[in-house]
Design a binder for this molecule. Sequence first.
Ligand SMILES: [Zn+2]
Length: 135
Amino acid sequence: MGSVINYTQCPNCKTEDAYTEFWYKSGEEMINCTKCGYYHSSFIVRDEEGKAIKIDKDKDFSLDNIEWKDVHIEKPYCSFRVENKDGIGQIATLESKKELDKILADNDFKYQGAIKVSYSRLFRGKIKETIVWKK
Ligand SMILES: [Zn+2]
C-alpha cells in the first residue's frame, strides 16, 4: 500500500529530523523523530488476516466504524539506532533508561553484523548522541 514520506519539524526537540509517513488509501499516519525519538502513530487495528475490525458489526465498513490504535510517545528517553553496512539497520524509540539498559544487556551487536550502535536524546534542550559500539 502506498505511502508518502516527508521530513518535518519535531514537536519535541524542534530539529528538522522528524519524518511523517502517510498512507493515503487508509488514512493511517505516523510521525517519528530520528533525533529524540518522539513518536505518534494512528493505525487501523487488523485481525490475523489483515482485515480491519468493525466497531459495530451490523454496519458497513467506513473510517469511523473501524478500530484505530493511537500510540503517542511525547517524552521519549531516546532514539536508538543500529546501523549495518548498508546504512540504517534499525531505529527505535525507547521510553526509559531501563529499556535501553535491557537492550544493551541482551544484545551482543559485534556478532549481529552491526557496524555502529548509538542513541540520541534530548537533554537540557540539546540533542546528545552517544555511540555505544562501533566496528
Ligand atoms: Zn525530536
